[in-house]
Design a protein around this ligand. Structure first.
Ligand code: XIL
Length: 428
C-alpha cells in the first residue's frame, strides 16, 4: 500500500516537473541544478534521474533529430543522459562526399550541454545503409575505386575526423562502431541478409576497420569515451553471439585499440529465440563482469520492451516492468555497468511502431513513460532496480554492513566503482 502511495506521489512530482524543462530548454536555469533527494531516506520519492545519480548509473534515452517538446520535457524530468537516435549516423549527416549538414547534431549537442546531460553520440561507423548507417556514395566510391581498401580508409578517416573534430570536448562518448556482427549469427555480414547489404567495411578492410575507427576517433578527441555497440539477443556466456562479441572485444583490447567499453543494445524482443530477454539477471550480470575482466565498461544502450508481446500475461504492464527490472538489476549488480538507455523517450514515439515486424503490433508502448509522460510500472521497477546498487556487498561482515547501510541512507553514493557528483561529469 505504502508503495502505491509512493508511486502516485512520484508520478505527480514527475509530471509537475514537466513545466520546468521547457524553461531549461529555452535557456533558463537547468532542471538538473535542483539538488537531488536521498532516494534511500524514509519516505523518499525519487525520480529516475535522482535514482540514477544516487546509484552512479546513468539513465538515458534516445532523442530524435527534431528534438520535439515532449522529448525535451521527458528527458529533462526523468533522465540524466541521452543518446542521439539518428543525428550522428553517417547517412544522416552526409549524402555526398564532403557535404555535411550538422543541423540536427548541433541541436542535440547544444541541448545536452546546456542541460548537463551525459551525451552519447551514436554512431560513427555502421554498415547498415537502410537505417541511415552508411550513405550510398560510400558504397559507390568503393565499387568504382582501383584500390577499394585505400579509398574506404580515406572516406572513413575523413568522416571521423570531420565529425569528431567539430564536437571535440562536447560529446562525452561515441558508439564508434555499431553492430559489427551479423544479426542472427556470430560472424560478420559477408552477404546481404534480412534486407540489408553486406558489411562493406568488413568486406573491404577486414576486422581492422574497427581498429582504425577507434584509433582515428581517439586521435582527434582523446578524452571522449569510445564504445563498441552490438545487438546481443541473449547476453549470457555460452550463447554463440554473446561469446563472439566478447571475443571480438577481447581481441581489440589485446591489440591495444583505445576502447573504453561495450554497449549491449538489447532490443531482445526482436529476437527469434529469446523474446523475453534476458531470461535472468544473474547470467547477464556474469556476462557483464566478463567485460570488466578485460578492463571494459558495459552499458545497456537501446532498451525497449513492447507490450503486445506480453499480452498473454495477466497484467502486461507488470510483466513489462519485470523485464525492465531483470535487465536493470543485472546492471546494478555488475560494477562495470555504467548506464542504461531506453530507445526513445516515451510511448508516443518509438521506432518499433515504424519498423517491420513490430510495426504490425503498433502501438508497442515499450518505454518507461506513456505518451503523456506519465511514469509506468516499468519506470518504478527501473528506479528501484537501480537502487539495488546501494545494497551492501554480500562479503561485508555484520557491523560493517550496518555502517554501510546507514551511510547510504544518509546519502552516500551507492556505487563503489564509480561515485560521481550530480550532475555527473563523464570524467572519472
Ligand atoms: C533506428 C532509429 O530508431 C530509427 O529512427 C531509424 O529509422 C533506424 O534506426 N539499432 C541501432 C539504432 O543501433 O541505430 C537503430 O535506430 C535501432 C536498432
Amino acid at each position: 500500500m505504502r508503495n502505491v502511495h509512493r508511486r502516485h506521489r512520484a508520478a505527480r512530482r514527475a509530471l509537475g516537473l514537466v513545466a520546468l524543462p521547457f524553461l531549461a530548454a529555452t535557456g533558463a536555469a537547468p532542471a538538473a541544478a535542483e539538488r537531488p533527494q536521498n532516494c534511500l531516506a524514509p519516505g523518499a520519492d525519487c525520480t529516475l534521474a535522482e535514482a540514477a545519480h544516487q546509484s552512479g548509473i546513468f539513465v538515458g534515452a534516445a532523442v530524435g533529430n527534431e528534438l520535439p517538446d515532449l522529448e525535451i520535457a521527458g528527458v529533462l524530468a526523468h533522465f540524466n543522459a541521452m543518446t542521439t537516435e539518428n543525428a550522428f549516423k553517417w547517412g544522416s549527416l552526409s549524402s555526398q562526399e564532403g557535404v555535411y549538414d550538422f543541423g540536427a547534431a548541433d541541436r542535440l549537442v547544444d541541448f545536452a550541454r546546456r542541460n548537463q546531460l551525459r551525451l552519447r553520440a551514436h554512431t560513427l561507423v555502421w554498415h547498415r545503409d537502410g537505417f541511415l548507417g552508411t550513405p550510398q556514395y560510400v558504397r559507390d566510391a568503393v565499387a568504382k575505386a582501383e584500390d577499394p581498401a585505400a579509398r574506404l580508409r580515406e572516406l572513413m578517416r575523413q568522416h571521423i575526423e570531420t565529425v569528431v573534430a567539430r564536437y571535440r570536448g562536447r560529446v562525452d562518448l561515441y558508439d564508434v562502431v555499431n553492430e559489427p556482427l551479423s544479426l542472427f549469427t556470430s560472424g560478420f555480414d559477408t552477404e546481404p541478409a534480412f534486407g540489408f547489404a553486406a558489411n562493406v567495411f568488413f568486406e573491404t578492410l577486414g576486422v581492422e576497420y574497427i581498429d582504425l575507427a577507434f584509433r582515428w576517433t581517439h586521435a582527434v578527441d582523446p578524452r571522449a569515451k569510445l564504445f563498441l555497440n552490438e545487438i546481443v539477443w541473449d547476453p549470457h556466456l555460452g550463447d554463440p553471439k554473446a561469446d563472439a562479441f566478447l571475443a571480438l572485444a577481447s581481441e581489440l583490447v589485446a591489440r591495444g585499440v583505445p576502447i573504453d567499453g561495450v554497449g549491449i543494445q538489447t532490443h531482445g524482443q526482436l529476437s527469434l529465440t529469446s523474446p523475453f530477454f534476458p531470461s535472468d539477471s544473474e547470467s547477464f550480470a556474469e556476462y557483464m563482469r566478463a567485460f570488466a575482466a578485460l578492463g571494459l565498461r558495459l552499458e545497456i544502450t537501446e532498451l525497449d520492451v513492447p507490450l503486445p508481446l506480453l499480452a498473454g500475461a495477466s497484467d502486461p504492464l507488470a510483466a513489462q516492468a519485470e523485464v525492465y527490472r531483470r535487465v536493470v538489476r543485472a546492471c546494478a549488480t555488475a560494477s562495470n555497468c555504467s548506464a542504461v538507455t531506453t530507445w526513445n523517450v516515451h510511448d508516443g514515439r518509438t521506432w518499433l511502431d515504424f519498423v517491420w515486424p513490430t510495426s504490425i503490433l503498433a502501438p508497442n508502448e515499450p518505454l518507461l513513460l506513456d505518451a503523456s509522460l506519465r511514469p509506468k510500472p516499468a519506470y518504478f521497477a527501473t528506479r528501484d532496480a537501480l537502487l539495488e546498487r546501494c545494497e551492501p556487498p554480500s562479503e561485508l561482515p555484520g557491523p560493517t554492513r550496518v555502517a554501510w547501510t546507514l551511510l547510504r541512507r544518509l546519502g552516500a553514493a551507492c556505487s563503489r566503482a564509480y561515485p560521481r557528483p550530480f550532475p555527473p561529469p563523464w570524467r572519472p
